[in-house]
Design a protein around this ligand. Structure first.
Ligand SMILES: [Zn+2]
Length: 269
């Protein structure tokens, strides 16, 4: 570097630093042809990595570009297991037709899963919730009646809904541990996350959504999407209630065996 270019570089540095000191944002790219200029940020980062600022609408999982998925869900919710093993989660049950079939499959494969149950269904089918717990699976609170707008209601309404659901689960399974809450539709808000936390529950998002909830999704599509999108630590979203789940039940034996072989299947605790 000649003396003249070194002087020019110093001058640009000074201009940059004074611009930053005035509160103007630092340019994102160095105007200099070499990368030695120190990065100066005008303001300290407002949010920790992976945390969306308040008011940010929940993001939909990007199904086309799984490579861009982060390690946490919307509003810092849990997206990965934290180990290489993946976790299976089944929502919207229990259901008298589908849940027993699924429990049979899980038992045959010797894997355990997490069931995100809806309060009104728990009230209707407490024996199924008891079987879920008896066979070693985890129970997750999925709200009283699957209210998609629950997150935008008042905190006391959210608290009443979540508490009522947990009480109903414990009425079926006395002393049940309920470590997770999953917001219907993944429509997380800061208040629903905060209320769940205050009730001792972590907010459970997912990493892979094969859209088995969509009637148009076929059994091979459920299998294919999971095979394509799963990565180490993925939490997989599936459903054992909320409609005709024959396609999910049809996909599960192969989904379970291939995930088990490739990553291992862990129980969320
Ligand atoms: Zn649901």
């Amino acid at each position: 570097m000649t003396r003249r270019t070194a002087l020019a570089a110093n001058l640009v540095m000074l201009v940059l630093l004074s611009a930053c000191a005035n509160g103007e944002p630092a340019p994102t790219r160095s105007p200099l042809p070499y990368p030695t200029i120190p990065q100066v940020t005008a303001t300290p980062s407002a949010a920790p990595t992976g945390t969306a600022p308040p008011g940010t609408p929940p993001t939909k999982p990007n199904r086309k570009k799984p490579a861009k998925r982060g390690t946490v869900g919307p509003l810092n919710t849990q997206r990965l297991t934290g180990t290489r093993a993946v976790a299976l989660t089944f929502d919207d049950g229990p259901h008298p037709q589908w849940t027993p079939k699924l429990l049979d499959q899980l038992r045959r494969a010797r894997v355990r899963a997490t069931f995100c149950v809806v309060g009104v269904k728990v009230r209707k089918y407490p024996a199924l919730v008891r079987r879920i717990a008896r066979e070693g699976h985890s129970l997750c609170n999925h709200s009283w009646q699957h209210d998609l707008k629950l997150g935008s209601r008042k905190s006391d309404q959210i608290r009443a809904d979540l508490s009522r659901t947990s009480q109903e689960i414990r009425r079926a399974v006395p002393g049940a541990e309920i470590r997770y809450y999953r917001q219907p539709g993944g429509k997380w808000t800061p208040s629903v996350v905060a209320v769940a936390r205050s009730l001792g529950m972590r907010s459970l998002h997912w990493d892979v959504d094969p859209t088995d909830w969509d009637k148009k999704t076929t059994t091979p599509q459920i299998r294919g999407r999971i095979a394509q999108q799963a990565r180490p630590g993925s939490i997989v979203l599936l459903h054992d209630g909320g409609g005709d789940r024959s396609r999910t039940i049809g996909a599960c034996p192969q989904v379970i065996s291939s995930l088990k072989r490739k990553y291992g299947i862990t129980l969320l605790r």
